[in-house]
Design a protein around this ligand. Structure first.
Ligand SMILES: N[C@@H](CC(=O)c1ccccc1NC=O)C(=O)O
Length: 332
């Protein structure tokens, strides 16, 4: 563990529960980890990783901590059993300046067995686009505070699990909408925040209509209606339906990693297939090229993916190493 002689901060440095809005609810907070002093992470060769947890937009027990197992693995890559994956992770870590894992306001969940939502608690009774607006607020805070996605600062990759994967892509829609009417400068930065260099989606939901149609259990319709209102808004919220990830809109985009496990008991494979179809239709390339789509097969159940952590770490590693191999400066 290194330490900084000037202010005795030790590394890896962790800061938790930082509010990113003002006023802020306990859910509008984020956790940060810096593997080394930022002065030792050059923005031309390092990026930030931003994690968005899952939990069907409503589960109060799934939080920013969902990223902790993967973070632990990424921070100590050589302590892992398989030397080859350890080496890959070690190399990936050299290209990471910081990690942020986000909390965001949730939709209601009055039937939760241990932590039911109270109708007077605004932070547990929101509807789309409030969840992703919180994610955007977190990014704006990171841009102001840490120069993530800011001019002269660091590029970033957004990573999400389940509904968090959908939110990562919806965030691009949000940023694009802010962009409309705003002149982009030479470095592609508008409104003080650039688009990400990449997206990693794991066990993701990408098409709400298909998600509800593909499951008989009525909880699926409940979850989606609760988070998005009635059906007329579902298509517009679904990244696999709406697209908008092509070169002309997402100019900075260079890598997308989509992972799905055949053992996922909650989210069906068709979700990732629809998203892949959309991206291929927008000129993302599976084999090679500068807009790379990596589709990875994962193992384990829906939540086992983040609980176990190695596959989250390796999907992030794959995105980071792909960016590094493209040999284009990461800088914003
Ligand atoms: N634990 C969640 C369930 C959940 O997360 C979920 C259920 C079905 C399909 C996807 C899910 N999560 C996506 O973020 C709940 O209690 O609502």
């Amino acid at each position: 563990m290194a330490s900084d002689p000037h202010n005795s901060i030790s590394y890896p440095y962790h800061a938790r529960n930082i509010p990113y809005t003002s006023p802020s609810s306990p859910l509008q907070t984020l956790d940060i980890c810096l593997p080394r002093p930022l002065s030792s992470s050059d923005p031309t060769s390092t990026i930030w990783i931003i994690y968005i947890h899952g939990g069907a937009w409503r589960d109060p027990l799934l939080t920013s901590h969902q990223f902790d197992p993967a973070l632990r693995i990424l921070l100590s890559p050589l302590s892992q059993p398989t030397p080859t994956s350890g080496l890959g992770r070690a190399k990936a870590l050299t290209h990471i300046a910081g990690f942020a894992t986000l909390n965001y306001r949730l939709s209601s969940y009055p039937s939760h067995p241990t932590h039911p939502s109270d109708p007077t608690d605004e932070s547990r009774n929101v509807r789309h686009p409030a969840h992703v607006e919180d994610v955007r607020a977190a990014l704006e805070w990171l841009a102001g505070e840490y120069k993530v996605g800011a001019l002269g600062g660091w590029g970033w990759v957004v990573v999400g699990h389940s509904c968090g994967a959908m939110m990562g892509l919806q965030l691009l829609h949000q940023l694009r909408d802010i962009d409309l009417g705003i002149e982009r400068d030479m470095d592609g930065v508008a409104g003080g925040l650039s688009m990400p260099l990449g997206v990693v989606g794991l066990e993701g939901i990408y098409d709400l209509e298909a998600f509800v149609r593909n499951h008989e259990e009525k909880v699926y319709r409940e979850i989606v209606t609760n988070a998005f209102g009635d059906e007329e808004g579902w298509r517009e919220a679904s990244p696999a339906v709406m697209g908008g990830f092509g070169r002309e809109i997402w100019r900075e985009g260079r890598v997308v990693v989509l992972g799905h496990s055949g053992e996922d008991e909650l989210v069906e494979r068709e979700q990732v297939e629809r998203m892949v179809g959309r991206l291929v239709g927008e000129e993302w390339e599976e084999e090679r090229g500068e807009r790379r789509l990596l589709v990875v097969k994962l193992w384990g159940k829906h939540d086992e993916i983040w609980e176990e952590g190695t596959q989250v770490a390796d999907a992030i590693g794959a995105a980071v190493l792909d960016l590094a191999d493209q040999n284009i400066p990461f800088k914003q």
